[in-house]
Design a protein around this ligand. Structure first.
Ligand SMILES: NC(=O)c1ccc[n+]([C@@H]2O[C@H](COP(=O)([O-])OP(=O)(O)OC[C@H]3O[C@@H](n4cnc5c(N)ncnc54)[C@H](O)[C@@H]3O)[C@@H](O)[C@H]2O)c1
Ligand SMILES: Nc1ncnc2c1ncn2[C@@H]1O[C@H](COP(=O)(O)OP(=O)(O)OP(=O)(O)O)[C@@H](O)[C@H]1O
Length: 531
């Protein structure tokens, strides 16, 4: 490509971009992606041109021109970055829209149709049952959220066998915020006042969240660590106890169902699923998730839910157990307390990650978002080259990472890989995103904590020597080639985990007992004294 051709291409792209931007506000996100792709292509062309044109240091004009081309390439990259973030946002709105539509569809199915009087009566009683015991305004007023606002019954599954077995009604619950340790359900909103031109903030409230059942939970999903005899034995015992003493419906993974049924036909009552489509509807049937294992089992349980997640009661059968506060030996008391409620929960934010391929030509080619509870890691994988990553926060350039990689972590994940890479430990209820480099080849690259509302974009630039790999909660490695990008933002679907005591007590206990944080022998009193 000649210099003139390249300059023409870049200016054409600029015109293209202007046209697309004005079009985008009318037509949504598809045009967004085409502009992203075309901008990225011109950047690629700019780099290709620079590589083909050896620049002699004596030729001042060429040096100047190459600098100008680099600036153009950077500017085009920023346009692409802004567009991809908009695409991620558009995707989120699409999901919300689809969810809303599916709920509307449900009410249509329930509300219309040719019903006989009997059926109408039945329907009316079902509709009454769906309402909380208390009145609407009191229940969903300022001091909490009701689950029936968010979660409603869905249509039975497509698979007649398993859907027939699964109960279709979920228990409703209410979330409320305790105030200054007082579990009275009152929530003082934080607010900023501008009275008389002075900016003041209101008294801080204790944001401890309480979950109170409004109807009894009926269905418990068990997620268990595989290949562990102690977990298997405990699972069989707990399932039996829940059935016999609490009359609870139990759902287990297909692997566990096979194991229990092979062992004893007594377990005929347990339910499971046959295909991934049914997993997508699990959140509409399950009132509570019980995990038996370590933190990895909680991560696994969360990964099954791409949308809303029912409350998780995590029993500790691993070595560390940052997210597994419940002692398995006392499972009866623990489950009793949780099933009766109210109990404290930690709302653990997740990150939703989109991989945007350089080759993607339109929105349909972008991959499904992946939700992580701990972190997404971008590292050098088996490559022996430095990872070279360009990072943007909303539309601002953050930095280039040159080192082994980068960890983008939730606050729940702050005590996992991010901690090992030198990041701060952050209380899981703090809203934020951690930006922690892995072995950066720089003396001044300290970890950052960013606010929870930002969108991060990590790009493998065209002039990177190697490829990078993204992994999600330590799993599902995906190759990122030059030109590919990863976009992350906080997901609207947190993981509510039940606390043994409360969020803060459990967090402090886990860093004390799990990591022996700041453990040091106390100095004795005898010896020199000041004054
Ligand atoms: N150098 C490291 O510390 C390192 C390296 C790779 C992965 N990891 C972590 O392992 C996680 C995957 O866990 P796994 O159990 O499937 O793999 P695993 O079996 O390899 O266990 C990893 C360890 O990390 C602990 N862990 C996981 N989440 C934690 C959290 N939120 N807080 C404190 N500790 C936590 C687990 O208890 C376990 O001891 C990844 O999300 C990543 O955070 C850490
Ligand atoms: N239900 C499951 N199905 C498939 N894999 C699972 C399941 N539960 C856990 N795993 C995987 O098994 C591995 C070990 O699980 P987990 O971390 O819970 O146990 P652990 O290693 O004994 O505990 P700790 O991490 O505290 O030492 C993890 O990698 C996790 O992803």
């Amino acid at each position: 490509m000649s210099l003139d051709e390249l300059t023409q291409k870049v200016s054409d792209e600029r015109v293209n971009h202007d046209t697309v931007t004005s079009h985008e506000s009318e037509n949504g996100s598809i045009s967004t992606v085409s502009s992203t792709v075309s901008s990225v292509e011109s950047e690629k062309a700019a780099y290709e041109f620079l590589a083909q044109t050896p620049i002699k240091s004596s030729d001042a004009h060429l040096v100047e021109f190459s600098e100008a081309m680099r600036t153009v390439a950077k500017a085009l990259r920023r346009v692409a970055e802004g567009k991809a973030a908009a695409q991620a946002e558009a995707e989120e709105w699409r999901r919300k829209y689809e969810l809303e539509m599916s709920h509307k569809q449900q009410s249509k199915i329930k509300g219309y149709g040719s019903c006989t009087n009997n059926e109408l009566e039945k329907l009316a009683s079902q509709l009454t049952l769906e309402k909380p015991a208390s009145d609407q305004a009191g229940c969903c007023g300022n001091h909490g959220i009701c689950s029936h606002e968010v979660l409603q019954d869905e249509s039975p599954g497509t698979n007649p066998r398993s859907s027939h077995k699964m109960v279709s009604r979920k228990a409703s619950f209410r979330l409320s915020w305790g105030c200054n340790g007082d579990k009275n359900g009152q929530h003082k909103h934080d607010f900023v006042s501008f009275e008389k031109g002075d900016i003041t903030t209101a008294e801080r409230s204790n944001k401890q969240i309480l979950l109170k059942w409004e109807s009894s939970p009926q269905t418990v999903l068990f997620i268990t660590k595989p290949n562990s005899n102690s977990v298997h034995v405990l699972c069989a015992e707990m399932v039996r106890w829940l059935r016999e003493h609490k009359n609870i419906n139990v759902v287990v993974e297909p692997r566990v169902s096979k194991e229990l049924l092979t062992e004893d036909s007594y377990y005929n009552f347990i339910q499971t699923w046959d295909d991934d489509e049914e997993i997508k509807r699990l959140h509409t049937k399950v009132d509570l998730i019980v995990t038996l294992g370590g933190d990895g089992t909680v991560l696994w349980a969360a990964s099954l839910f791409k949308g809303p997640v029912p409350p998780v009661v995590a029993f500790s059968l691993g070595s560390l157990g940052f997210m597994t506060p419940f002692p398995s030996e006392q499972y009866r008391d623990c489950l009793d307390n949780v099933l009766n409620g109210p109990f404290s929960i930690t709302l653990r934010n997740r990150l939703q990650c989109h991989v945007i391929r350089d080759a993607a030509k339109d929105e349909l080619e972008t991959e499904e978002p992946i939700l992580v509870l701990n972190e997404v890691t971008i590292d050098r994988g088996i490559s022996s080259y430095l990872t070279y990553l360009e990072c943007y926060c909303d539309s601002s350039f953050v930095t280039c990472v040159q080192g082994d990689g980068l960890i983008i972590s939730t606050t729940s994940g702050s005590t996992a890989y991010s901690l090992a890479a030198g990041g701060s430990m952050v209380h899981p209820q703090v809203p934020g995103i951690l930006f922690t480099p892995i072995c950066p080849h720089s003396l001044s690259f300290r970890p950052l904590i960013l606010p929870e509302y930002v969108t991060l974009r990590v790009q493998v630039p065209y002039n990177s020597r190697g490829q990078a790999w993204a992994s999600f909660d330590g799993k599902d490695r995906k190759l990122l080639s030059p030109g590919d990008a990863l976009i992350c933002s906080i997901s609207p679907w947190p993981v509510p985990t039940a606390c043994l005591v409360d969020s803060t007590t459990d967090f402090l206990r886990s860093i004390h007992e799990g990591l022996h944080w700041n453990l040091r022998k106390s100095q004795s009193f005898d010896g020199p004294h000041s004054g």
